[in-house]
Design a protein around this ligand. Structure first.
Ligand SMILES: [Zn+2]
Length: 317
């Protein structure tokens, strides 16, 4: 059955790094994918651009959405809070209830089955990203959206990659990541997106201002230089936490164990989940969603694509 999935992000290009593969996969499976972005990212780092940065980045966002097969793009129109998240009047300081009601209106209009937000830490902690969590969770409550997934990164995996780097690169403060994103135990969904790596790469490439200028090391630029097989390995898994499922749950599709979208195959899921409420993680994922496309068979425990450096550089956060 066709679901409507709303992906809520802070700035243009956040979707490319965190959820692009999942979005492309869902769209490819015939689901309706809606991209909602709080700000135009007008205070992001960039090389000089022709005209207003917010306008340019909005155009980049639409190009990214086309590459991913999104049915609709909505900009909530809040101001970017800037790289350190302190700009006055930014999304980070917006009234949560007001912003949540606005997003809830959209969720009701779309009759959304699923909303993605960020983990409570806001990933690495940018205030606009923390606000995405607060506003998104509240909006889902108001609209009665039954599944909320927190887009995140496996922090344990990230630290395993960063710690050796931190010994080599003095500017890299690895400790700043010890509370970032989500721990391995919290993660409930590991979504394989290797089969949609081309779309994910196209989404990243669409954000040209964030891949070209302003800073000596840019995540997008570095990732876009990876050869495709390496790109697929490094970015072939996307991570989510669903808080209403028991820790240790291991699912592989965003719509697995959806309380409303059941199918004969899904019927055994609650039973299986109950059987291991706090036991060891299953070796094999519970993967009963009927509409799975065959996906990339590469190993999932690859380093995630994230921010090995000393301050937030992802596009104004
Ligand atoms: Zn951001």
């Amino acid at each position: 059955m066709r679901a409507t999935c709303v992906f809520f992000h802070a700035h243009p290009d956040d979707e490319a790094l965190l959820t692009a593969g999942t979005m492309a996969r869902l769209a490819d499976e015939g689901h309706r994918v809606v991209l909602v972005v709080a700000t135009a990212g007008e205070r992001g780092l960039t090389a000089p651009v022709d005209g207003d940065l917010g306008t340019v980045r909005t155009a980049e966002l639409h190009a990214s959405a086309r590459a991913l097969g999104c049915a609709r793009v909505v900009l909530l129109g809040y101001a970017d809070s800037g790289l350190d998240g302190t700009a006055d009047e930014g999304f980070a300081s917006a009234d949560v209830e007001v912003a949540a009601e606005e997003l809830a209106g959209l969720l009701r209009q779309e009759d959304a089955d699923l909303l993605t937000v960020y983990d409570p830490a806001g990933g690495y902690g940018h205030p606009d990203h923390v606000q995405v969590h607060r506003v998104g969770v509240r909006a889902a409550e108001l609209a009665g959206t039954s599944v909320v997934l927190e887009a995140t990164v496996d922090r344990d995996l990230l630290l395993r990659v960063l710690r050796p780097l931190g010994r080599l690169v003095r500017a890299l403060d690895v400790r700043s990541f010890e509370r970032a994103y989500a721990s391995r135990d919290e993660i409930t969904h590991r979504v394989r997106v290797g089969a949609h790596a081309e779309a994910k790469r196209a989404s990243m490439a669409a954000h040209a201002t964030q891949a070209t200028g302003g800073d000596s090391v840019r995540t997008l630029a570095a990732l876009l230089r990876l050869p495709m097989p390496l790109f697929r390995r490094a970015l072939g898994t996307e991570y989510y936490v669903r808080r209403d499922l028991p820790p240790g749950t291991r699912l592989t599709h965003p719509l697995d164990a959806h309380p409303l979208l059941t199918s004969p195959l899904d019927d055994h899921l609650p039973h299986l989940l109950d059987a291991h409420p706090s036991g060891p993680p299953h070796d094999r994922p519970l993967d009963a969603h009927p509409s799975h496309a065959p996906d990339d068979p590469s190993p999932s425990d690859e380093p995630p694509p994230h921010e090995p450096r000393d301050r937030p550089v992802v596009a104004g956060g």
